[in-house]
Design a binder for this molecule. Structure first.
Ligand SMILES: C[S@@+](CC[C@H](N)C(=O)[O-])C[C@H]1O[C@@H](n2cnc3c(N)ncnc32)[C@H](O)[C@@H]1O
Length: 276
């Protein structure tokens, strides 16, 4: 695993996963492309623009159109999940983030993808609002995270008390068109004792950043070299910040010094006038 750990790898995840040794990672935290552009509602109706040459999800990802025929998409995701399970240790689990949607007036949950996999729990990720206003149903405000667990998987002590509805705001200011928040990946990782965390659809590197913050190791994969480069820069920056804060844990910041001075008690008159 020396060639894999703490690196962001550029390539197709199915190809690269098959090259990874069996039982070599302890946890997967991931969010695949949702295939949003194959949609009866014409997919995303709007895009926000941004830094990437093809930024808005309306146009898909840099190297993936997000518009596969539904059956092909389901088959692809099932093959990805099988590979993720193969590289997981017997006490490992997958936090698989996905979104349910309405297709031709009916709910499309993701049962066809996860059918037969060892789903132990569905966590609701309650984001703040969305823009998918439709006269036929309420504004969707949550996504799901399937906890797909091998039999020996256990949470870290007391981690379960956080519950199965996670209220975390959507990611902001990230140039990637579909990033999830660091807090989401951190919560999943912190809830386990995993040492090595894999994200085969790592995008802007969020899972790697979260792993570093939680003192774990990571393996990241993405099809887009553009996203990989951004992820590497982001991870390096966070690693440097973490190193700085561990090297100088007791040195107060300039703001803390200012607050200390402002709140310091006035010296007593007697002390002021002694002239000594
Ligand atoms: C929903 S995004 C993941 C975003 C990530 N969680 C983040 O916070 O930035 C899905 C990612 O899958 C990548 N992708 C698409 N097809 C892929 C493939 N065959 N192998 C690896 N990555 C792929 C896309 O480039 C995109 O970055």
């Amino acid at each position: 695993m020396r060639n894999w750990i703490n690196q962001i790898h550029h390539g197709d995840c199915l190809t690269l996963l098959t090259e990874m040794p069996e039982a070599s990672v302890n946890l997967v935290v991931t969010s695949p492309p949702y295939n949003l552009l194959n949609s009866s509602g014409n997919g995303m109706k709007n895009g926000n623009g941004g830094k990437w040459s093809r930024a808005a999800l309306m146009q898909g990802y840099a190297n993936h159109t997000d518009s596969m025929p539904h059956a092909d998409y389901v088959d692809w995701q099932r093959r990805c999940l099988n590979e993720m399970l193969r590289v997981l240790t017997p006490d490992g689990a997958i936090f698989y983030n996905h979104k349910w949607r309405v297709q031709k007036g009916l709910l499309q949950d993701r049962t066809d993808i996860i059918d037969g996999f060892p789903v132990r729990q569905i966590i609701i990720w309650q984001r703040s609002g969305g823009f998918n206003h439709n006269p036929g149903y309420f504004l969707p405000t949550y996504e799901v995270i399937y906890l797909i667990a091998k039999p020996e998987f256990r949470l870290a002590p007391k981690a379960g008390s956080v519950g199965d509805v996670w209220q975390i705001r959507q990611d902001r200011g990230n140039p990637h068109p579909a990033s999830f928040p660091v807090e989401l990946a951190r919560r999943a990782i912190a809830a386990t004792t995993a040492e090595v965390v894999l994200d085969p659809f790592i995008g802007s590197g969020t899972t790697a950043v979260a792993a570093l913050m939680e003192g774990r190791q990571y393996v990241g994969i993405d099809l887009s070299e553009e996203y990989c480069q951004f992820a590497r820069q982001r991870v390096n920056q966070v690693a440097q910040e973490l190193e700085r804060s561990t090297l100088a844990p007791d040195v107060p910041s300039a703001l803390e010094v200012k607050a200390l001075l402002e709140n310091a008690p006035e010296p007593q008159a007697a002390e002021r006038n002694t002239g000594r």
